[in-house]
Design a protein around this ligand. Structure first.
Ligand SMILES: Nc1nc2c(c(=O)[nH]1)N[C@H]1C(S)=C(S)[C@@H](COP(=O)(O)O)O[C@H]1N2
Ligand SMILES: [Mo]
Length: 188
């Protein structure tokens, strides 16, 4: 009687434990899944606290102001500053540019399009395929020879190609994409 009881209680305990483990596992999967969703949703951009220097609109996943992604200088710098030395048609000799790789800006906003239209303070606008921005070489510069680019001198932002790296870049096509006084990007 006793033996039968204890053995039957052992037998009963297994089918109870198994669904319990299954429930724990299912719960763990659910929690992990919702955490992953939160991480994806929590990727968004912090709001700018300084003067806005760049506004990105269009096909983007991450926004921080009226459906757009607005960057101040500190937010851009946080993407990782790189330095490029190159000659170009608008400076004497070789100049040093500091900025952030364009592809990091597009990653930060979760760009999903094929091209961008960049627009400058002087009204100049140019369409650039996103394929131009695959590595760190094309930068969104905010400094030239150690000094901030101001609207009087190609500021706030200047797209700089690695002109010295290849004659391919020293062409009208890439010069036309070298937009200065740039402050707006639309992802298309
Ligand atoms: N903001 C701004 N960027 C600009 C331009 C412009 O007019 N405004 N001209 C573009 C073009 S078409 C070329 S070829 C190069 C060189 O312009 P440049 O003819 O004034 O030297 O800059 C490019 N970037
Ligand atoms: Mo041009």
């Amino acid at each position: 009687m006793n033996a039968a009881n204890s053995s039957s209680s052992r037998m009963v305990s297994r089918p109870i434990v198994r669904p319990l483990w299954r429930a724990v596992l299912a719960l763990a999967v659910l929690v992990a899944g919702s955490l992953a969703t939160q991480v994806r949703a929590a990727e968004p951009l912090a709001a700018p606290t300084g003067e806005p220097v760049l506004t990105v609109s269009g096909k983007i996943a991450n926004t921080n102001q009226d459906g757009q992604a607005v960057f101040d200088r500190a937010m851009l710098e946080a993407l990782g500053v790189v330095t490029t030395e190159t000659a170009n048609p608008w400076v004497k000799g070789v100049a040093t540019y500091e900025g952030v790789p364009m592809h990091r800006v597009l990653e930060a906003v979760g760009a999903q399009g094929q091209s961008i239209t960049a627009t400058a303070l002087d009204g100049y606008a140019v369409e650039i395929p996103i394929g131009d921005f695959t590595d760190d070489r094309v930068i969104l510069a905010f400094k030239e020879n150690g000094a901030d680019l101001t609207p009087r001198n190609k500021g706030p932002l200047f797209i700089v190609y690695p002109f010295d790296a290849s004659p391919e870049f020293r062409t009208e096509l890439y010069y036309s994409r070298s937009i200065w006084q740039m402050n707006r990007i639309e992802v298309k």
